[in-house]
Structure formats: structure tokens, C-alpha cells
Design a protein around this ligand. Sequence first.
Ligand code: HEM
Length: 212
Amino acid sequence: MKLSKSRWLLIIVSLGVIIPFMAPYLTFDPSMSRVPITSTSIQYPVLVGHILFAFIALVSGFFQFIDRIRIHKPIIHRYLGRIYVCSVFISGLLALVVIFYIEDFSKAISFLALSLIWLFTTWKGYRTAVRKRFDEHKKWMIRSFGMTLVAVSGRVLVPVLLFAYYTLNVFSLPGGREKMIEEVLNVNIWAGIILNFIIIEWMILKSSKTQK
Ligand code: HEM
């Protein structure tokens, strides 16, 4: 199982960022939720379901980009691929429900855009595999996994956005610290989508140029 240093770094950073965020939800105790739980009906179980399946998608996704497995163990690649696709669909559809409980409009729309792009790119990746169009399949799956990783980049970008907020307000905090954090947490998913989109499309362009 040979992985380049940058891929190991990506795996370690991703798990290092996501596991602490997930931890309170593994207690299955709504009072530990960081996301405000405003309804006693389905909100909390749906949120926990979303998080658990998203984590399965994240971990299974990492295995799909290990060349040794993909090239030399196609059966394992196919099984893990099915697990990845099913968990994205379940987690992405549950996210569509969670969005109804988000109060801020900009934040809700950022998660809506993310879940629709996630479901769409994964669907295209699945369909192209079924039709044996493997060049396209690879591109769509890179796009899909790039969207999975918005859960990481959106959080990694928070300190950068806090600094940008402070700088754009000419080194002052007009509404105080809480306002700054609130504003940043309302836009960090947008920033993650844009950043990952640029990186993924650049990687796809670069690899199709080197193949020519
Ligand atoms: C890529 C598509 C994804 C979408 C559309 C999405 C959507 C959401 C939404 C709507 C929330 C609730 C946010 C709030 O109310 O403030 C949430 C929370 C959460 N999601 Fe996802 N998510 C995605 C991917 C992931 C992935 C890959 C993971 C990794 C395991 C993940 C883990 C979490 C965690 C831990 C929370 C709770 C956050 C907190 O406590 O602050 N999500 N997600």
C-alpha cells in the first residue's frame, strides 16, 4: 500500500479535523450537539445519521485513490465503490433534511449547494462506471470526493476567514468577536466549495494534459 507523502498528509489532516468534530455526536446525546437542536422529533437522529454515513464515505473514499487497490484488486475497488456511493446518497439526502433546521439563509444555501453537487457528481461517477466509461468515471469520482473533502477544507479555512474578516474591517471587530465567528461560520462552506472546485478542476486538467 504505497501512498505519496501528500496523500498521507491529506488523510491525517482530514481525520484530525473531522474526528474531534464528530466526537460529541458519537455519544448519541442531543445535549452534546454543537449544532442547535431546535426540535425533539427527527432533527438529531437525522443529523447523527448524516455524520456517520459521511464518515464512511470519507474513509471508503480514501481507499479508492490507493493505486494498488484500484489497479490490482478491482473487486475490492468495486465493493468499496458501492459503499462510498451508498453512503454519499444516504448522507447527502439526510443533509437535505438537516438544512431545514438551519436558521441563517446563506449558510443553508451553501449546504444545499454542497449536497446537490455531492449527490450529482457521485451519481455521474456511478453511472459512468456502470457504463464502463472509466476515463469519465475517474473524473467524476475525483469531483465527488473533492466535495466530500469540503467538510475538511470548510473547517480548515475558518482561521483564514477570521483573519480576512478582521483585515477587511480595517483591523477592528465592529460587532464584536461573536459576530465575527457567526459571519465566518455562515460563509466557510462557500469558501470550501470554491477552493476545492478550483483544485479539483486544475488536477483534472493537468492529468488530461500529461496523458496527451
Ligand atoms: C459534502 C456534503 C456534506 C453536506 C451537504 C453536509 C451537510 C451538513 C449540514 C447541513 C450540517 C448541519 C450544520 C448546521 O446546522 O450548522 C452538517 C453538520 C455536520 N457534518 Fe456534514 N455535510 C457534508 C459532508 C460531511 C462529511 C464528509 C463529514 C465527515 C464526517 C461531515 C460531518 C459533519 C459533522 C461532524 C457535523 C456537525 C458539525 C458541528 O458540530 O459543528 N459532513 N453537515
